[in-house]
Design a protein around this ligand. Structure first.
Ligand code: AMP
Ligand code: TRP
Length: 339
């Protein structure tokens, strides 16, 4: 199987299950913008509301979070003229192909998914069936566009391997060459942004401690305060990346600096090596505020007119369905469905 027969197309999604964090921005959205502007791909970006409801979402909060995520995408530089921006539930082919893939994927594959194990916790019996089937719908999100490239953070690697397995099994079982082999794009200094309170945990919108993360809607003072209070060790910064090896908190702050400033870790350390955190943290706070405040200001402005956001999303869904409807139709034919 090779992908030369497929249009180079990027798909990625984020759950509207809470506010956006710096982890989402650096691990995902910033790279979505780069791939959009690179011009080598058609780009499709999605609020995955059907994935969000695999755990309970208050309906009013889900509506607000979906629109706020759309505002976050646009404020960060996703342009509805250059990319297709959609809400997952508005493009029904995602869920329709998701069902087919639930019949292709095996229980054993799904039960090895670490995100399910983490989210279900000790009480897997009480988690929703949707939470278990989550990766089959994710595979459908991607493959219903015949997408070839998927930019994500490190935590999604296993789900993308499963997506490849589902595509390969479908192609094999039906004797076709229909779904592409998806390439994960996991690159840059910030594929795994860690909690500011614990360098062994990923920064997450669901962490009970607000001090553990930077939210895209935090104001300048809050961002500066969270960085000042971020957990670190007492040593000065090293001049080489090797010196960050057993210092997860220091490494995290340097990675964040590098990603925000579009530098490599080596370039950052060449400049800041030898500095104490008392000097480095204010510089990082200033950099973070200068990059993030324009985005949060623009998000707030966009949220003043949700009618405009809804209009953009309705238009995105129309554009998306021009791609997804024929691919779903062909899938149904391959599977043997009539009508
Ligand atoms: P989620 O918020 O779980 O829907 O994640 C949306 C995207 O953000 C995915 O591509 C994740 O891999 C990425 N992401 C979430 N948290 C982080 C993090 N702490 N570091 C890097 N990427 C992240
Ligand atoms: N599972 C992803 C997350 O939690 C979100 C997601 C759903 C996604 N469908 C996708 C990401 C398709 C990339 C492509 O972050």
């Amino acid at each position: 199987m090779n992908n030369t027969q497929f249009t180079p197309r990027v798909f990625s999604g984020i759950q509207p299950s809470g506010g956006l964090t710096l982890g989402n921005y650096l691990g995902a959205i910033k790279r979505f913008v780069d791939m959009q502007n690179q011009g080598d791909f058609q780009t499709v970006y999605c609020m995955v509301d059907l994935h969000a409801i695999t755990v309970w979402q208050d309906p009013a909060a889900l509506r607000r979070n979906t629109r706020e995520l759309a505002a976050g995408f646009i404020a960060s530089g996703i342009s509805p003229e250059k990319s297709i921006l959609i809400n997952q539930s508005a493009v029904p082919e995602h869920a329709q192909l998701g069902w087919i893939f639930s019949c292709v994927a095996r229980m054993g594959w799904m039960s090895r998914m670490t995100q399910f194990k983490d989210k279900a916790g000790k009480n897997a019996e009480a988690s929703s069936l949707g939470l278990f089937a989550y990766p089959a719908l994710m595979a459908a999100d991607i493959l219903v566009y015949h997408a070839t490239h998927v930019p994500v953070g490190e935590d999604q690697k296993q789900h993308l391997e499963l997506t490849r397995d589902i595509a390969a099994k479908f192609n094999h079982d039906y004797g076709v060459d229909f779904f592409p082999e998806v390439e994960p794009v996991i690159e840059g200094a910030a594929t795994r942004v860690m909690s500011l309170r614990d360098g062994s945990k990923k920064m997450s919108k669901s962490d009970p401690s607000d001090a553990s993360r930077i939210n895209m809607t935090d104001d300048a003072d809050t961002i500066a305060k969270k960085i000042r209070k971020a957990k670190t060790d007492p040593d000065a910064l090293p001049s080489e990346a090797e010196g960050l090896k057993d210092r997860p908190e220091a490494r995290n702050l340097v990675n964040i600096y590098a990603a925000l400033n579009e530098q490599t870790v080596e370039q950052v350390l060449a400049e800041v090596g030898g500095q104490q955190f008392g000097t480095f943290k204010p510089a990082l706070a200033e950099l973070a505020v200068s990059k993030l405040s324009p985005i949060s200001t623009e998000m707030a402005r966009l949220m003043d007119d949700v009618g405009e956001i809804d209009k953009l999303l309705a238009n995105g869904a129309l554009q998306a369905r021009e791609i997804t409807a024929p691919i779903l139709k062909k899938t149904y034919e391959i599977v043997g469905m009539v009508g």
